[in-house]
Design a protein around this ligand. Structure first.
Ligand SMILES: Nc1ncnc2c1ncn2[C@@H]1O[C@H](COP(=O)(O)OP(=O)(O)OP(=O)(O)O)[C@@H](O)[C@H]1O
Length: 406
């Protein structure tokens, strides 16, 4: 196999994957649409949004005369994504289930279903991202018939496939794809790679996909829908009430229901306090949440973090990092946050230290630090440890001053 003719497109019932499937058809591929069900209970209004989404995806397939399937990964999602999310909260971290869903569900179980069960040559999604293969495809298109998308495989030189930011920088979703495996990426097409969201909506309108255009854009964690996040997650975790404590003077400021869902930098709504306070630290042994009186309090500013074993999209660390143990590049730890220049050092256990060129607000354990070199997304690692905050450093400096100067 080298030429791709048959593609399975992951269809969510949203505008992006509907247009992705349409573009694949227009390019001359044989396309099957597949909807994934990852969560099966109803929301607080008794609505199972996934049923409506599935119907919407089916309708788009009917309009294009395309086969449609539905698969359930409810069990896999529970064991590989949701349990992990609860475990991270219990460790006092702030997890990212969307990155884990791409890693374990879309680009593992769904990918295997597409290529092994449906025997597709490739899978596709409506993500805004590009790969080095998409660039090659454009080049090949100018030389070859429209339906030829050449993937590197065993019979050819297994060239590493790179992940690049999508052309629409505001919509770029490489952040969420930063943990996927090279094997899956090698057989993935992102049909929206070079398009802007505006243009995608225009294509959807022209194609008559009005039922998907009307829908609100999905935000945040896919299965929670309109529900209040804290109430939802506290149904699954034992309540651990405790105190809010001022980082300035150790004074108790109020009580909270449980520290799990409080994340660094978040505004802490403390009863009886007129001015806003912000979460700057948590002590999971005592249940104390430390708060500071300003949004950019020095206790929230840090420039150094350590990740767990770093996941490199290409399968291995860049040669520059291996040879010199150090590399300058950019990173972000929140989707759509501006890229920040940083210096990376590689540890023997495969983890990395990242030092930002400037202190950043609310670097948070559990979140993923995603590295970029130019347009390329190199991969990511989960933040497991933070360097000292500006607040700690200031206090150390004061303690070190000679008595006369202090
Ligand atoms: N339930 C699902 N079933 C099948 N594929 C899905 C499902 N949810 C997401 N996907 C795939 O993952 C891609 C990214 O999903 P995500 O929800 O992050 O983005 P989106 O921009 O809202 O996409 P869309 O407009 O297609 O819903 C989708 O375009 C689709 O290809």
């Amino acid at each position: 196999m080298g030429i791709v003719r048959y593609v399975v497109c992951a269809m969510s019932g949203g505008v992006d994957s509907s247009v992705a499937a349409l573009l694949l058809k227009r390019r001359g591929y044989q396309v099957t649409g597949v909807f994934m069900k990852n969560w099966d209970s109803l929301d607080e209004k008794g609505v199972c949004t996934s049923e409506r989404d599935c119907e919407d995806a089916y309708k788009v397939c009917q309009m294009m005369d395309m086969p449609f399937h539905q698969v359930s990964y409810v069990k896999e999602y529970w064991h590989e994504v949701f349990s992990n999310l609860l475990g991270e909260y219990q460790k006092g971290r702030t997890p990212n289930p969307d990155i884990m869903c791409n890693k374990h569900i879309k680009f593992k179980h769904f990918y295997q279903y597409a290529v092994n069960i449906l025997e597709a040559d490739a899978m596709a999604t409506g993500h805004y991202a590009r790969t080095s293969q998409e660039d090659e495809e454009v080049f090949q298109k100018s030389l070859k018939p429209a339906d030829e998308f050449l993937f590197r495989n065993r019979s050819e030189i297994r060239k590493t496939v790179r992940l690049y930011q999508g052309a629409d920088r505001l919509k770029d979703q490489t952040f969420f794809l930063s943990q996927i495996e090279q094997d899956a990426l090698r057989r993935t097409i992102f049909p929206l790679a070079g398009l802007t969201k505006e243009y995608v909506k225009k294509i959807a309108a022209e194609a008559g996909f009005h039922h998907v255009l009307k829908k609100k854009e999905s935000m945040g964690i896919c299965f929670i829908g309109e529900r209040h996040f804290e109430d939802f997650i506290l149904q699954y975790l034992e309540p651990k009430p405790g105190h809010f404590v001022s980082i300035e003077d150790g004074k108790i400021m109020g009580k909270h229901k449980g520290w799990f869902t409080f994340t660094l930098g978040q505004r802490a709504r403390i009863g009886g306090q007129k001015h806003p306070w912000f979460v700057v630290d948590k002590d999971i042994r005592t249940g104390e949440i430390f708060v500071g009186p300003t949004t950019n309090h020095p206790a929230l500013l840090r420039d150094t973090l350590q990740t767990n074993r770093f996941h490199w999209i290409s399968g291995e660390p860049p040669a520059e990092l291996v040879h010199t143990q150090m590399m300058e590049c950019h990173f972000r730890f929140i989707h759509q946050m501006p890229l920040t220049p940083c210096c990376v050092t590689l540890n023997l256990d495969g983890s990395v230290w990242i030092t930002s060129k400037q202190p950043l607000r609310a670097l948070t354990p559990g979140q993923f630090a995603v590295l970029y070199k130019g347009d390329e997304c190199l991969g990511s690692g989960k933040i497991v440890q933070l360097g000292p905050s500006e607040h700690t450093l200031q206090r150390v400096r004061v303690q070190q001053l000679p008595e006369s100067a202090a």
